[in-house]
Design a protein around this ligand. Structure first.
Ligand SMILES: Cc1ncc(COP(=O)(O)O)c(C=O)c1O
Length: 374
């Protein structure tokens, strides 16, 4: 019998970069023009047409830059409050804090792990300027409920769609609701450009603002209009992104098929529900060990990795408001669903390179480890 520890590791994520991406990079390198140029322009148009219903898109050098510049272009700055989830990657709140505004943390809905409109409503003050939900793990946030709260409060709505390329909410793609939406193109995301981000813009003024801010405030060379940064994407990265764009649809379908199989075969864990009217693109397939403490969950993760060679992750073990960097923004009250999720979640492999054998190993590993009561 094979010892489980002799088995190859099933990676938690696996970027797929093939010959076409290599050829595209080579084409750009041979052209001698590698900085932002025609590849970036083509990538922006193709991304817009394929993923956000033709909304103007502006490419930048990371998802974090995309959030930062989107916020600045929307006029967010010192004195403003932006309501965000605490249960997300720190880039969401970091980008708010870096504008000089204050991130205000609200709680999540337990089913989707996304901002709870009622918690957002309770967090609104007369300094609130915007609400910025995250479409966490690839499941759309409640855009109707959040849109209603934002409209009642008279504040802007933004979208952190870093993890949700192609997800839809009642037929409309994420990234097409907010004043701006941002997609990350980091290697472990559903598609990549190496590093990169794409800002989908609600109007031409926001698009122009992001374009200026990514290029030292210049539209015309040396005629700087605003104080800006260098957050440009290179043509090398855009060339990779353009190839990935032709593949992301099929990869997403495979993620969804893998998730459907796991939904049916996992035992002992709470599988991720999909709300009616939503499509989930499973950047992560995240289960809960119901009632677990963080330490109990960590023991499950350790056993999955070490005894069964199933790569898995915890996104995110520490709520943002408990991080040293962001603790100064901690709310005075508890965020109970955020705390519970941070203790209970495990993300299992769902990426498109999984074989049927891998899926079966994951299911066996989960029922063995969770059944053993760790
Ligand atoms: C929810 C969320 N927001 C923002 C980002 C930042 O994107 P990037 O890593 O491309 O800067 C990430 C990336 O991990 C993310 O997951």
């Amino acid at each position: 019998m094979t010892e489980t520890t002799d088995l190859p590791m099933i990676p938690a994520a696996k970027p797929i970069i093939g010959e076409e991406e290599r050829a595209a990079v080579d084409r750009v390198l041979r052209s001698g023009m590698v900085a932002q140029g025609p590849e970036v322009a083509a990538f922006e148009t193709e991304f817009a047409d394929q993923l956000v219903g033709g909304r103007t898109c502006v490419a930048v050098n990371s998802g974090t830059s995309g959030l930062h510049l989107g916020l600045l272009a929307a006029g967010i700055g010192a004195g403003d409050e932006v309501i965000v989830p605490s249960f997300t990657f720190a880039a969401t709140a970091n980008s708010v804090a870096l504008t000089g505004a204050t991130p205000v943390f609200a709680d999540i809905s337990p089913d989707t792990f996304n901002l709870d409109p009622e918690s957002v409503r309770a967090a609104v003050t007369d300094r609130t300027a915007a609400v910025m939900p995250v479409h966490l793990y690839g499941h759309p946030a409640d855009m109707e409920g959040l849109g209603q709260v934002a409209a009642e409060a008279g504040v802007q709505l933004f979208e952190d769609a870093a993890q949700a390329h192609g997800a839809t909410y009642h037929g409309e793609p994420v990234g097409s609701f907010g004043v701006f939406g941002m997609f990350s193109l980091y290697p472990t995301k559903n598609m990549t450009s190496g590093e990169g981000g794409m800002v989908s813009c609600g109007d031409e003024e926001i698009a122009r603002g992001v374009r200026l801010l990514r290029n030292q405030g210049m539209e015309k060379q040396y005629a700087n209009e605003v104080v800006g940064l260098n957050n440009r994407m290179t043509d090398i990265h855009a060339a990779i992104g353009r190839v990935q764009l032709t593949k992301v649809g099929a990869w997403t379908a495979q993620r969804q098929a893998n998730a459907a199989w796991l939904d049916e075969h996992l035992e002992g864990v709470v599988t991720p529900p999909v709300r009616q009217g939503c499509t989930h693109v499973y950047h992560q397939y995240t289960v809960r060990i119901a009632g677990a403490s963080g330490a109990e969950r960590d023991r499950v993760v350790q056993a999955l990795r070490e005894e069964h060679r199933v790569g898995c992750g915890v996104y995110y073990p520490t709520p943002n408001h408990e991080l040293v960097s962001l603790a100064r923004y901690a709310p005075a009250h508890e965020l109970p669903e955020t705390a519970r999720a941070a203790a209970e979640v495990i993300s299992l492999p769902v990426h498109p390179s999984l074989s049927q054998g891998d899926l079966e190993r994951i299911a066996t590993a989960v029922s063995t480890v969770v059944g053993a009561g760790r």
